[in-house]
Design a protein around this ligand. Structure first.
Ligand code: TRP
Length: 332
């Protein structure tokens, strides 16, 4: 039997190249070796977007398309919608007995996100948001996942899952699989503005579906070494977002770019054009696939329907096992 993976995203926006290098690219590799489940976590998205349900709904489709466009193969991987698996919600309730409020309040990722979401929460955290790591533990364990490939910000959630599994198995018997995290290669891709994280809310992202002109315009505004103003000024490539992206996009002439920048024979305008062209080329197959799925929403819908059906079956089996272990298996 293949080992199993569970990973996924909150559908709150289209995915960008930060997601691509951070996780999507790995997912595509992993799916050959692992039985892969990809959750579109609409229920979790609502914990901090409960006032904007339409946004969540629209992005379920977008996130599905992004996964397919980068090469997630629906024949191998199971893409599904969280809210259509109520077994996850049931499991969340059972797990909530095994987690203290104090433990939830110590979760550094939840704390960070809470601080960033002032306009949603107005300084008062909700039960749902504080508790979402419990629901995430249910996402992972209902599929008996062995491995959870995520960015480093999700490590606390996997640790909390391990604790819940440990406690559950001690009390009710060895029922649940304890998952391991696999930390993504580039957990944080910097934004075009040089900030430490590319994100929709910071408006510094290149999206997988961006057209050539958009990419050119965005790269043209990217932050370069502030001290390099004229072409013949000597630049510091290690203090330049454009060079950083040349590295990520594996420019063929990387050593030459570095040298030319350092010796003042390379101008930033051209350097950016080169980068934009490389990005446009690299994203072209993804953009094309994205367009295909955008034009064929029925195909996407079928993939989600079939994936959810398969996910549901697995979840039902796990829940039956869980309920039995908790003496909740009435009327057999
Ligand atoms: N919390 C993840 C994020 O914000 C999304 C997510 C939901 C997830 N359930 C998951 C990730 C289970 C890994 C496993 O990106």
């Amino acid at each position: 039997m293949k080992k199993r993976i569970l990973t996924g995203d909150r559908p709150t926006g289209k995915l960008h190249i930060g997601h691509y290098f951070g996780s999507l690219r790995n997912r595509v590799k992993y799916q050959k070796e692992y039985d892969t489940f990809i959750i579109i976590a609409d229920v979790q998205a609502l914990t901090d977007n409960f006032k904007t349900p339409r946004k969540v709904r629209e992005n379920v489709k977008e996130v599905a398309i992004d996964n397919l466009a980068v090469g997630i193969d629906p024949q191998r991987s199971t893409i599904f919608i969280q809210s259509l698996i109520p077994e996850i919600a049931e499991l969340t309730i059972f797990y909530s007995n095994l987690v203290t409020i104090a433990r939830l309040e110590r979760n550094p990722t939840v704390k960070d996100e809470f601080k960033q979401k002032k306009e949603v929460f107005q300084d008062k955290i909700t039960y749902g948001f504080l508790g979402y790591p419990v629901s995430q533990a249910a996402d992972i364990t209902v599929f008996d996942a062995d491995l959870v490939p995520v960015g480093d910000d999700q490590l606390p959630q996997v640790e909390q899952t391990q604790e819940i599994v440990g406690k559950f198995n001690r009390i009710y018997g060895k029922v649940l699989v304890k998952p391991e995290a696999a930390i993504d290669e580039f957990p944080r891709v910097r934004g075009l503005d040089g900030r430490s994280k590319m994100s929709k809310s910071l408006d510094n992202a290149i999206y997988l579906g961006d057209e050539a002109e958009e990419i050119q315009a965005k790269v043209a505004k990217a932050l370069t070494d502030k001290n390099k103003i004229k072409i013949d000024d000597k630049g510091n490539p290690d203090d330049c977002t454009v060079f950083y992206y040349h590295q990520i996009f594996e420019a063929e002439n990387l050593a030459q770019i570095r040298k030319q920048c350092q010796t003042g024979v390379r101008g930033c305008v051209n350097c950016k054009k080169e980068l934009a062209n490389n990005i446009i080329q690299r994203l072209a197959p993804i953009r094309e696939k994205r367009k295909y799925y955008e034009k064929n929403p029925k195909v996407v819908e079928d993939i989600l329907r079939n994936g959810t059906q398969r996910a549901k079956k697995v979840a039902q089996e796990t829940l039956a096992r869980v309920k039995k272990s908790m003496f909740l298996d009435y009327f057999k």
